[in-house]
Unconditional design. Structure first.
Length: 467
């Protein structure tokens, strides 16, 4: 549509209409997507900006540096053998490259990780895929985890609705800080088993808050380390001496680090949104128009970060030990676990797709190994889950772990139940469409995310650096 064809009829109907139409046309011309109306596809939103992030994208350097060492320090785990970075390592694009993590007791990083040996070895896989942590400082993220069980909630005293209920202390700056209180309380992720150490013992008794709770016991380890005390004094006005230091301070610092280090919004797609059409190849543009058009992806993956922040079932294959649901505990009911509503069964949050090329395997249990595999899933989710090929799982093998991995997928009744919950309409996608969609998904990679090694600290105060 040209300026000429729009203004001509308007002029004949008088000045006011002319003015209104002129404003509309000018708006269309200065809008970032003049192509949108012409081709019926493409995004209908602008680029991500600083103000879309907490603190407008500006973070406190002393807090970030403290958060960085805490994120990599195994002192925050009961048996001093695992850190946040083990499962969210910059080398693995802030995740662990596995379908399901091996938590405390495991050895090594990424695909080389093993379940370890001896009495301290891993006894059970973590039941869900470790998500990447990109752009979680964006204000739009008001709930975290695959099932959204940590959420902003103005009605609760702490400001958050979490599994800890009233135990969660006040003073947590944001939702990432609230989240950071939890991995340390999980026996298989970081705390360790009941008999193994004082943290694991407190966690097994459900003691999180209080002097003998997980959070205070961990803070005590930090108080006992003079270098940490100095770093906390530096970073916080309300930490004068060691006794002031709490796990809440640690969580706030970790959150500041995550927001700063893992903001990642300079991909070719971002450059396109900022007004450079040449940032995307022809194929990526075809894929983009499919994504925001006929393929229906944007029904759920809408907006600049490709998520509606809601929960849906896409009939994703269920693998691994499960979260305790179903007849034998091997299912994962997803969002229903949080809401208690049967209608939310098998729903998981729509993930952001930023840097998705770097964050395989995909889905809440890491069922799909490649972008092509998950895009193919959308041709017909209820059928694809029945045809699922488990050979693509990336699960370091151990007989006593492996035997639980495919219980649900080996049971046609349970597979049918997941298939029946599907909300993603089958999309007609031929080979070229799928290749175009994958090309578009690759345009969401920020080149800086390919090498995040500068985020790894040279050392940590305890000496227990995850590398
Ligand atoms: C043993 C592996 C493991 C360790 C250690 C670990 N995480 Fe995670 N992390 C996960 C898994 C798995 C999930 C998803 C769990 C779920 O949804 O139920 C997750 C989820 C998260 C999320 C939510 C992301 C989102 O998009 O919803 C954040 C943030 C996070 N972890 C940060 C941390 C921090 C900070 C630490 C250290 C205090 C940590 N993690 C330690 C495996 C781990
Ligand atoms: C009905 C909502 C919905 C639609 C439509 C949809 N998705 Fe998804 N998508 C989801 C949900 C929910 C998940 C996570 C499922 C899980 O974890 O089990 C997901 C996961 C993904 C993932 C894996 C991301 C990761 O980090 O694990 C990719 C890639 C993806 N979708 C791409 C697409 C593409 C491409 C389309 C269009 C062909 C599409 N989606 C259509 C809801 C949807």
């Amino acid at each position: 549509m040209t300026l000429r064809t729009l203004t001509q009829p308007a002029r004949s109907r008088g000045g006011l209409i002319f003015a209104v139409v002129l404003v509309a046309v000018v708006a269309a011309l200065v809008a970032p997507f003049p192509t949108h109306a012409q081709n019926g596809g493409g995004p209908n939103f602008g680029p991500v900006r600083d103000r879309d992030y907490l603190s407008n994208g500006r973070y406190d350097a002393a807090l970030v540096e403290l958060g960085r060492v805490l994120f990599f320090d195994e002192v925050l785990s009961g048996n001093r053998n695992i850190s946040c970075a083990t499962c969210h390592h910059p080398e693995n694009a802030t995740a662990d490259a596995l379908s399901l993590p091996l938590g405390e007791g495991g050895v090594g990083l990424g695909v080389a990780r093993t379940a370890g040996n001896g009495p301290g070895r891993v006894r059970q896989r973590v039941p869900r895929n470790s998500p990447a942590l990109f752009n979680l400082g964006a204000r739009q993220f008001r709930s975290l985890f695959h099932d959204g069980r940590v959420a902003i909630d103005a009605r609760s005293a702490s400001g958050f609705d979490t599994p800890a209920g009233d135990d969660l202390p006040a003073g947590l700056d944001n939702i990432l800080a609230a989240q950071a209180m939890f991995p340390v309380t999980s026996a298989i992720e970081m705390a360790g088993r009941r008999g193994a150490n004082e943290i694991g013992r407190a966690a097994a008794r459900g003691r999180l808050a209080g002097d003998d709770g997980v959070w205070n016991l961990l803070a005590q380890r930090l108080r006992d380390n003079p270098e940490y005390v100095r770093l906390f004094q530096n970073a916080f006005d309300d930490v004068d001496d060691a006794t002031d230091l709490t796990m809440v301070h640690a969580a706030n610092a970790i959150a500041e680090f995550e927001m700063d280090a893992f903001r990642s919004d300079d991909s070719p797609f971002d450059r396109f949104l900022r007004g450079n059409p040449a940032a995307l190849s022809q194929q990526q543009r075809r894929g983009m128009n499919l994504f925001y058009g006929r393929a229906g992806c944007a029904r759920c993956h809408g907006g600049a970060l490709q998520t509606d922040r809601r929960f849906h079932s896409i009939a994703m294959p269920q693998v691994g030990p499960g979260t305790g649901d179903g007849p034998d505990g091997r299912d994962d009911f997803g969002r229903e676990r949080v809401t208690g509503n049967r209608s939310d069964r098998f729903e998981f949050r729509t993930p952001s797709l930023r840097n998705v090329e770097l964050t395989a395997p995909y889905g809440h249990a890491g069922a799909y190994a490649t972008l092509d595999a998950i895009v193919t899933h959308y041709r017909n989710p209820p059928q694809e889950i029945r045809d699922y090929d488990p050979s693509q799982l990336i699960l370091p093998s151990r007989r006593y772990l492996d035997r639980f991995d495919l219980i649900v997928m080996g049971d046609p009744g349970r597979v049918a139940a997941i298939a029946a919950s599907n909300e993603a309409r089958p999309a007609r996608l031929d080979g070229r469409d799928r290749a175009d969609l994958v090309a578009f998904l690759r345009s969401l990679t920020d080149p800086a995310a390919r090498d995040l090694s500068s985020q790894v600290p040279a050392s940590v105060p305890s000496g227990l650096l995850t590398r």
